[in-house]
Design a protein around this ligand. Structure first.
Ligand SMILES: [Zn+2]
Ligand SMILES: [Zn+2]
Length: 597
């Protein structure tokens, strides 16, 4: 894998006699695998030079652009990137998925006629826009992992693995813990996960805009200090660290002095080789054993819409200004805020099943107690993002902020900062599986289910024999007759499973009930709707599901007959018709129950 810098300046292009060696162009890095896959990381003004060079080389006519975020210094080169104008050329442009506006729309914004003579539509090349969330994707022979960084806009860092080497690109990013800007201290929570994202990389290209001494004036601007970049790279045992996003105020001599001082301060000892990224500088990454990122990352191209739409957050806090500010931010994202006192958070979370809990640090252990109680909530406590909001990081230690919290939000933060963070938490894998929609006849359906009089009644042989036969006929470990209430699915008959009920939101059967059609999931891990469903990622580790809706003579679908396996399976039409036959036995018994009521 070959890496070449075309723009290393942060914030604004800074040409002139004093920035000749490190360069004045904003962020742009070219990566090419030995098989020839071309990836461009960010499209700051440096992309203009790269574009000219690619045209001169005459190949490749196909490439991929990974945009960290759409701040100007990362996209301003797009309208000047010559290969986008060539008919027959093909480009995929990837960037973080926005909430209200797509990537294409955002990029088109800077090319409106007020700002630029050519519109995005007039570019000659074939361009595909691909929106990403945290997760993995494959680009040619390059395996890409995306992770949200800490910046006042939703920003992705990228880890590229190919040819037995790993490269991480992390621009723009600020330490989650302000204290870590000095490079000294414990990496906890999100800072630790950032280090894990970098783990063992051969080269890390990292935001290093400020010095620790400058940082107190720059808190919340979304950038790292050189000291933080060095510390995280050393902790992550990376091979080389390229400092980048150079501050426009720092000329060549100042950058030289900076790198010299780092080396004399001993950052070089037993740590990565550190250098400042310079325009035109090329690094060849050769095969080396590295610690790969956990393979369980989900697809970065999964639609996360269901994670946010129509959902709510619990704001457990009493400071009126905070409540007003955070509920405004949530409202912008169409998220309803339920406000309560810190100690009431667990009860409210249990009732409302929010997508996020924001807890105010109170100076005593109430937030910690509330956090633990939320974590203990059945079905929802485990994956729920819990964020503690506090006025100073000093409190973080005093309050015993530990792994129970997902993250901390420390004042002062700008509205944009808080918004980016609030979006990132639920958009992470926490709840990306698709919740079953409610059928149109839900009220009738519920009435029909209740009229059976079977809800939570003891097991009955007439139903149990159906699931026993189903398990034997299909040679599966689990078979169920499930009934669906408003919020819960309960198993009237249950073969091979200890659990008797699940949340409707988590259920597979809810989809079969909505569709009124048999639902077959051959491998849940490969199915975007279910890959991070808690019953797939956790116990019992469902891989295969086939469910047949149980539709009564009055047309109401009250539940399913379903079979599950912990291995992926192929299931053909013969299987589906056999499942239909068996479901007829279950329906006959349900009709009998209805008649007896
Ligand atoms: Zn930037
Ligand atoms: Zn930025």
């Amino acid at each position: 894998m070959r890496v070449r810098f075309f723009g290393t300046r942060g914030s604004i292009a800074t040409p002139g006699p004093h920035t000749l060696r490190y360069g004045g162009n904003t962020s742009c890095t070219e990566v090419q695998s030995s098989a020839g896959t071309l990836v461009i990381l960010d499209m700051g003004t440096g992309a203009t030079v790269l574009g000219r060079e690619l045209m001169a080389r005459g190949e490749p006519s196909r490439g991929h652009i990974l945009i960290s975020h759409t701040h100007w210094d990362h996209i301003q080169g797009i309208p000047f990137f010559a290969p986008l104008f060539v008919p027959g050329f093909e480009w995929d442009i990837y960037g973080p998925r926005g909430l209200h506006q797509g990537l294409r729309q955002t990029l088109a914004g800077q090319m409106q006629s007020t700002y630029f003579p050519v519109t995005l539509e007039q570019l000659g090349a074939t361009i595909r826009y691909r929106e990403l969330v945290e997760g993995r994707l494959r680009i040619g022979d390059i395996e890409v992992t995306c992770r949200y960084l800490n910046h006042p806009a939703l920003t992705l860092g990228y880890r590229l693995e190919a040819d037995g080497a790993a490269l991480v690109y992390a621009c723009d990013h600020e330490p989650h813990s302000h204290a870590l800007a000095t490079g000294v201290g414990d990496f906890l929570g999100e800072d630790r996960r950032h280090a894990e994202f970098l783990a063992g990389a051969d080269l890390v290209v990292h935001d290093a805009q400020y010095r620790a001494s400058e940082y107190p004036q720059k808190i919340g601007w979304g950038h790292s200090t050189i000291e933080y970049a060095c510390a995280v790279a050393r902790l992550a045992k990376v091979g080389q660290l390229a400092l980048t996003h150079h501050d426009p105020m720092r000329d060549d001599a100042a950058i030289d002095a900076l790198v010299d001082s780092l080396r004399s301060e001993g950052f070089r000892l037993a740590g990565p080789h550190i250098f400042a990224a310079a325009e035109g500088h090329e690094v060849e990454l050769s095969r080396r054993p590295f610690v790969a990122v956990a393979k369980s990352w989900l697809s970065a191209e999964a639609p996360p819409g269901t994670a946010l739409a129509g959902r709510s957050a619990v704001l457990a806090m009493t400071t009126p200004s905070r409540i007003a500010e955070l509920s405004d931010l949530l409202r912008d994202d169409e998220v309803h805020a339920h406000v309560c006192a810190v100690e009431d958070a667990p009860a409210l979370a249990e009732r409302e099943k929010p997508m996020l809990v924001l807890l105010e640090a109170t100076g005593d252990d109430r937030a910690t107690q509330a956090c633990r109680a939320v974590r203990r909530l059945r079905d929802i406590g485990d994956g729920l993002p819990i964020v503690v909001v506090m006025s100073s990081e000093h409190h973080a230690r005093a309050d015993g902020v530990d792994d129970g919290f997902t993250d901390v939000l420390v004042e002062p933060y700008s509205p944009n900062y808080a918004r980016a963070r609030i979006r990132a938490w639920p958009m992470r894998a926490a709840c990306r599986w698709v919740r079953p929609p409610e059928p149109n006849d839900e009220d009738r359906r519920l009435a029909a289910t209740r009229s059976l009089g079977l809800w939570k009644t003891p097991p009955e042989e007439r139903f149990d024999r159906v699931v026993r036969v189903a398990a034997a006929a299909f040679d599966v470990p689990i078979a169920l007759i499930a009934l669906m209430e408003r919020d819960r699915e309960w198993f009237k008959s249950c073969y091979g499973l200890e659990i008797r009920e699940v949340l409707r939101d988590d259920s597979f059967c809810g989809h079969a009930i909505f569709e009124r059609q048999p639902l077959v999931v051959s491998d849940a891990l490969l199915d975007e709707r279910f890959a991070d469903n808690p019953y797939v990622t956790g116990f019992p580790g469902v891989r295969f599901y086939a469910g047949h809706p149980l539709i009564l003579s009055n047309g109401c679908c009250v539940g399913t007959l379903c079979i599950l396996d912990v291995r992926p399976r192929h299931f053909d039409n013969v299987g589906i018709s056999l499942l239909r036959d068996l479901s007829q036995f279950a329906i006959a018994e349900l009709e009998r129950s209805k008649a007896e009521q």
